[in-house]
Design a protein around this ligand. Sequence first.
Ligand code: 5GP
Ligand code: SF4
Length: 457
Amino acid sequence: CGVVGVYSNSFKSKVSKMIYYGLIALQHRGQESAGIATNDGELAHFHKGMGLVSEVFDDSIFQKLQGHIGIGHVRYSTTGESYIANAQPLVVKYRKGSIGLAHNGNLTNAALLRERLEDDGVVFQTTIDSEVIVNLIARYSGEGLSYAIERTMDLIKGAYAIVVMTEDQLIGVRDSYGLRPLCVGKLEDEYVIASESCALDVMGAKFIKDVEPGEMVIINKEGVNYKKVEKGVKKASCIFEYIYFARPDSIIDGVSIYHARKNAGAILAKEHPVEADMVIAVPDTSIPAAIGYAETLGIPFGEGFIKNRYIGRTFIQPEQSMREMAVLLKLNPMRNAVEGKRIVMIDDSIVRGTTSRQIVSSLKRAGAKEVHVRISSPPVAHSCYYGIDTPDRNQLIGAVKTVDEICNVIGADSLGYISLRGLKDSVGIADDPFCHACFCGNYPIEVPNEVRNKGFN
Ligand code: 5GP
Ligand code: SF4
């Protein structure tokens, strides 16, 4: 998911429009639903819908979304089904007014907390873990919003980057491990918070800083304040943001996503070189890695596929049958470019194997002489419980098959994955401040058995 928050000192600003632009820049983080909530100092207004940001909003809706504070969300479901009641932001009324919340990430103890709240008579309107968070914040809000969020942070476990708004404040917070990204920017009259810096760029904001793990950014009429909620844990931000999830023009925790991907390609070339006539990428995510691979070995980089840009990311489709059809619709090989050639095809990851299997065979049908697959992440062999949708271990081809077997299944002439060491080096931050549990199985936050067994709550 992706989140945005805007606080303006001028009632004239078009806060909802700014959030809309920010969400469009974050569309790659989720395409199932989109929503914006604003607060005009007295009343909260919101609008949410299923589909892309541009499908959910139009000018008549912006008229209704008045206010000097606002938050927005784009969703792809990891907990809770994909339907409108589960769209965010969530807006609830409590005794002092209203609270709006938008959340990226997954809690690992949501089911337990929800049960406890239900025992106390709390009723829930959605099946998402984010509703637990908003309930807890409302419950502790007697002594102020930042205090309530701090108390809530003591109880919730898991991954979260959250924006929260009331009548007079905007708060952003990142979990103590920094699993999901969040950054802060500034315009003349506004402060903004967003999942990725590419959203700040389109809103015309200047980057101020990344929110630190366990840090709260509090924005109100006094300006901006930061408060660190220390938990004494080691940072473990999601390394998959660098591989796949984030946009290449974003900078997360000081590292350019584009450079990290290009480095990964260069390292992959050293670890798994091959003689070939052309290096191609599976567009778009793998283009920087393919360029890095091609430059390192001195093989020409070329376009091997034409991508239909009018359908969403295949992985972010909730059902397998939809995913398979989407791959075919989305990527078509260019016969003229690949015919008779030895091709190295770079992709960022193999999850279920759906994409690789289909496009290796379509490259061969288009006349490629050899297809060597190189992957700029290690085999995905464990599920993510922190906000990326890989629910069931036995669906992960890297968990159930060896590299040779996978090579066979996808029909490639050879297959090579970057090593975990190589991947860490590609991001280039010392001390390994990353979560890489989906490759190595070491989960930085304990995942209770009931969550593992059921996949997701
Ligand atoms: P597969 O088809 O093997 O299930 O998925 C791998 C493909 O999905 C790759 O082309 C990769 O770019 C894409 N992909 C999309 N979303 C994700 C995600 O959240 N995680 C991973 N690992 N790969 C994803
Ligand atoms: Fe990211 Fe993988 Fe960790 Fe999930 S398990 S947070 S995808 S690194």
